[in-house]
Design a protein around this ligand. Structure first.
Ligand SMILES: Nc1nc2c(ncn2[C@@H]2O[C@H](COP(=O)(O)OP(=O)(O)OP(=O)(O)O)[C@@H](O)[C@H]2O)c(=O)[nH]1
Ligand SMILES: [Mg+2]
Length: 253
């Protein structure tokens, strides 16, 4: 719980029995529930996640986007935080990111992988691929987002109704940022975080996912609908106030 809001962490997992334990063991007490989405795992991911206190839901349609959406549907928090089940994203940054979210009154934060404290770097091909995808996203959508492929976000659950999430694969990562950063009623920012070395095998297929994400960016640009600002619900007027108009009009005197 943070400032009266329930906090849910959603973690999509496909065969992450090693990594998910490391992630769950680092989860700060501020987090109310962790939803691990077991996406067609054939290892002990679901078992170890349950043993380490997570709520496990199954998604039988294979895909990063499918897994995320199943997690959002199961999460009961007011704020949803996402990360991979491979220890690359820092659970101990959650309190700081929540602080920024509330102080700056933003609805969506994407965490930009900035620097590894252990000194490890991503392979040159991945750095190049990320630079191409992020550069393309900036050019097509006119939004300054340095890490378009990051898998760590925080958002108020209520904004999901405003976001048109069509991708069921890895492109969900860029799509949710495009949707959040282009919606007139969603206040979105990018914040740097430390990242870590992956535990377990990568599920990313660099060439297939890279090209798919590139073409998804282009296709989405032509289908992106211009959104209307959300009408915020007005606080209901209490009956007692309606019955005593003279007191309301009377000011301090
Ligand atoms: N790629 C992929 N990941 C999935 C899928 N379903 C769940 N996941 C999980 O989604 C997260 C992202 O996949 P990763 O393999 O970490 O991809 P990545 O972060 O781009 O690549 P790394 O830097 O190697 O970790 C992991 O926790 C996966 O276990 C799926 O169908 N495909
Ligand atoms: Mg990962």
């Amino acid at each position: 719980m943070y400032r009266g809001k329930r906090i849910s962490v959603v973690i999509p997992c496909h065969n992450e029995e090693e990594g998910i334990v490391a992630v769950l063991d680092q989860m700060p007490a501020i987090v109310d529930e962790v939803v691990v989405v077991d996406n067609c795992s054939t290892d002990g991911t679901a078992k170890v996640a349950t043993e380490h206190g997570a709520c496990v839901v199954r998604e039988n349609r294979k895909g990063y986007g499918y897994a995320h959406k199943a997690g959002y549907a199961a999460a009961r928090g007011d704020i949803i935080i996402t990360m991979d089940g491979d220890r690359t994203y820092p659970p101990d940054s959650v309190p700081l990111l929540l602080y920024v979210m509330f102080e700056e009154k933003v609805d969506f934060i994407t965490a930009r992988r900035w620097y590894s404290k252990a000194g490890d770097t991503k392979s040159p091909i991945r750095l190049l691929g990320n630079a191409i995808l992020s550069g393309t996203m900036m050019a097509l959508y006119f939004r300054f987002i340095i890490d378009s492929q990051s898998g760590m976000w925080l958002f108020r659950k209520e904004i999901l109704a405003d976001l048109d999430l069509t991708s069921n694969g890895m492109a969900l990562s860029e799509e949710i940022k495009i949707e959040a950063f282009t919606h007139p009623s969603v206040r979105a920012i990018e914040i740097p975080i430390y990242y870590g070395q992956r535990v377990g095998t990568s599920k990313l297929n660099i060439w297939r996912d890279g090209f798919y994400n590139f073409f998804f960016l282009v296709k989405k640009r032509f289908t992106l609908r211009k959104k209307q600002p959300r009408l915020r619900t007005l606080a209901p007027v209490r009956t007692a106030e309606l019955e005593q108009p003279e007191r309301r009009a009377g000011g301090l005197g």
